[in-house]
Write a protein that binds this ligand. Structure first.
Ligand code: ADP
Ligand code: GN1
Ligand code: MG
Length: 361
């Protein structure tokens, strides 16, 4: 770690280094100096096989947001994540086989694991919409595909099926109900991929990981400042960005809640987010995209649960865990939410349509 930190101009001013955040992928440290704070991260190269491509994507997207796309309601100082270059002027630093980077800490803001008030989620909805708006004219061909088929749900299902059949760690019996839950929903899993392939919905620049703890929220105003964790910015479908934010933010419990009675989908939160999101995007999205927002939430929640379950069956090689059944617990909460979305499907679609009618009137 010393060797990494020595690559940065603030090395001699460092007062404290501590582990930080609750992301499932990277190793994150908060570095406090006399004057400023920084986030120093070891990129997970098991997940990101080409970290240089990841950094190139982040650099061009954040530069674009700051320089081209920051509208009047956006503070250019905090509009986008800011990479801190090394003394040699590089966006990353390597040591042995490890790969590191540094960001400025977004001042006066923090992340949340659970929404505390509908107004807060309305602001997050606006932030997902603003992100989409800001990158609407971004030259998408400049982006690297850093994880192929990241949100290709049928491809994820094939992987799940193969692992479930092989059951290499004999965990399948403990997860019998969850494995069945996924198999029962094979039909319909390819809806978004099919819409993309038939050109019925467009490919856009998307974040692909819009869960709540990837958005910085102002500590005083509770407005959403900017998205962080831009590792998965890639060409994709806006349906996943909408859906992934709903998956976490409209849930009444945290992603790894053990007591499933506490896990449900809060329709008021869904409405608050959707209102903010559509206010910013209704004029740029196609009607086919808007028609499929609820399906986007259902599919991404199912996909995420299936990914947790696959990882459980594979003995936890992808997501960080705190105890042996952590991934199984996470899969269960996701499947409870899928059931909730299925149960309330018509109500959710009505919420979307009512908001749209209001915006158009
Ligand atoms: P992971 O890919 O592991 O989720 P993240 O980039 O999301 O990694 O970082 C983990 C956590 O660290 C975030 O949820 C957030 O709380 C915090 N964090 C990351 N970057 C910043 C930043 N620039 N400013 C403030 N906090 C940050
Ligand atoms: C991971 O990195 P983090 O914790 O923000 C994962 C997402 C999942 C999410 C589930 C690169 O996000 O795809 O939806 O966990 N990121 C990657 O909480 O796989
Ligand atoms: Mg994260």
């Amino acid at each position: 770690m010393q060797n990494i930190l020595k690559s940065y101009y603030f090395y001699n001013d460092i007062e404290k280094v501590e582990r930080f955040g609750s992301g499932h992928i990277n190793r994150t440290f908060l570095v406090t100096t006399k004057k400023e704070k920084f986030i120093v991260q070891q990129i997970n190269t098991n997940v990101f096989k080409n970290p240089i491509a990841v950094m190139e994507n982040i650099e061009i997207v954040t530069d674009y947001i700051r320089e081209v796309a920051c509208e009047d309601d956006c503070d250019p100082e905090r509009a986008a994540l800011e990479i801190v270059s090394t003394l040699e002027g590089k966006t990353y630093v390597t040591w042995d086989d490890t790969f590191w980077r540094c960001y400025k800490y977004v001042v006066g803001a923090r992340t949340y694991e659970i929404i505390e008030h509908p107004d807060m989620f309305y602001e997050v909805g606006k932030a997902v919409g603003v992100f989409q708006r800001q990158l609407n004219n971004f030259p998408i061909e400049k982006l690297h595909i850093t994880i192929p088929d990241f949100h290709n749900t049928p491809v994820r299902f094939q992987k799940f099926k193969e692992v479930a059949k092989r059951d290499p760690y004999h965990r399948g019996l403990d997860a019998f109900n969850e494995v069945k839950f996924v198999f029962d929903r094979e039909k319909g899993m390819s809806k978004i991929v099919d819409l993309i392939e038939s050109n019925e919905i467009p490919i856009r620049v998307t974040h692909n990981d819009t869960k709540l703890n990837n958005v910085m929220i102002d500590e005083i105003s509770h407005k959403a400042i900017c998205f962080i964790d831009l590792d998965t910015v890639m060409p994709g479908s806006v349906l996943y960005d909408f859906g992934d934010a709903i998956r976490v933010g409209a849930s009444t419990a945290v992603e790894d809640e053990v007591d499933l009675n506490k896990v449900s989908l809060d329709l008021e939160l869904f409405a608050a987010f959707t209102k903010g999101f559509l206010e910013k995007t209704h004029d740029i999205l196609t009607s086919k995209e808007i028609e499929n927002l609820v399906e986007g939430a259902r599919i991404i929640t199912l996909e995420c649960g299936m990914r947790f379950l696959t990882d459980y069956l594979e003995n936890d090689v992808y997501f960080k865990i705190k105890y042996p059944t952590h991934n199984l617990v996470r899969a269960r909460t996701q499947f409870k939410l899928v059931r909730e979305i299925e149960k309330n499907y018509n109500k959710l679609e009505k919420i979307v349509n009512d908001i749209l009618d209001e915006l158009k009137s």
